[in-house]
Design a protein around this ligand. Structure first.
Ligand SMILES: [Zn+2]
Length: 99
């Protein structure tokens, strides 16, 4: 018998967003209730306060709007899915879960 391991995140399981610098790994963690797409997008365009790595995001671009909308949607979908007859799950790679 074989089992295929699946790593799933349910929308209700999301408690915070972690936003990490790819160079020095400094991160901010924002609880889901406090998420604000526009605020995080504004923060996102600045260089890392620890190592000065640029974010390579620019204000007013389509990419930063996509970023802000995704953050806002994450917050909203959690509430929207409460009490429904279906679960919305995101499947993620399992490799890092066992480390
Ligand atoms: Zn950094």
């Amino acid at each position: 018998m074989t089992f295929e391991k699946q790593c799933l995140i349910e929308t209700g399981d999301i408690i915070a967003v972690r936003y990490e610098c790819v160079k020095c790994h400094a991160a901010i963690v924002v609880p889901i209730e406090k998420l604000n797409g526009e605020q995080l997008a504004t923060y996102s365009v600045s260089t890392c306060v620890y190592c000065r790595e640029p974010s390579k995001f620019e204000m007013g671009t389509n990419e930063i709007i996509v970023f802000a909308n995704f953050i806002d949607s994450l917050k909203q979908i959690r509430e929207v899915m409460k009490g429904r007859g279906r679960k919305l799950q995101l499947q993620i790679k399992c490799e890092h879960a066992e480390e």
